[in-house]
Write a protein that binds this ligand. Structure first.
Ligand SMILES: [Zn+2]
Length: 149
């Protein structure tokens, strides 16, 4: 599991809600309706118990190719969104809350290029640890509270 807790979402009467991605990736492997052949669907966990998206360990994130992981996650989420459209199901949200975004070694910033987010994206409490460059991105944000460092 990942130890990240959705603080703003939990109320004191309910059990804490932890990162959804370990279960998400586990279930992916059993899903046949998605074409996952193009990407790695593992979810690395750091030595403190946080997944690649919530880990604060910048060097470890770089070694584990955070940027590719995020883009692959977006592809998976977009495929699921397309399936929902086809099946006329209600829209969901893409949940990136608490994600810590970093740049790759060879880049000058966190570069989102040509990315299309098919459903509203939640970036609540996410952190952009380097400058963020948006280039040809289609994105509808649900929450705008994020930290640009
Ligand atoms: Zn996590």
């Amino acid at each position: 599991m990942c130890k990240y807790e959705y603080i703003n979402r939990s109320n004191k009467l309910k059990a804490p809600e932890f990162c959804i991605y370990p279960k998400f990736y586990q279930e992916l492997k059993a899903t046949e309706s998605l074409d996952l052949s193009d990407f790695d669907n593992s979810l690395p966990i750091d030595e403190d118990g946080y997944c690649i998206f919530h880990s604060k360990n910048t060097e470890w994130k770089k070694e584990n190719n955070f940027e590719k992981k995020f883009i692959d996650l977006l592809k998976i989420l977009n495929q699921q969104a397309l399936n929902r459209r086809t099946n006329k199901e209600i829209r969901d949200k893409f949940d990136f809350s608490g994600f810590i975004f970093i740049k790759s070694r060879e880049k000058d910033g966190i570069i989102f290029e040509g990315l299309h987010f098919l459903e509203a994206a939640n970036f609540l409490d996410s952190i952009f640890a380097d400058s963020l460059v948006l280039n040809n991105v289609i994105l509808r944000m649900q929450y705008l509270k994020m930290i640009l460092q």
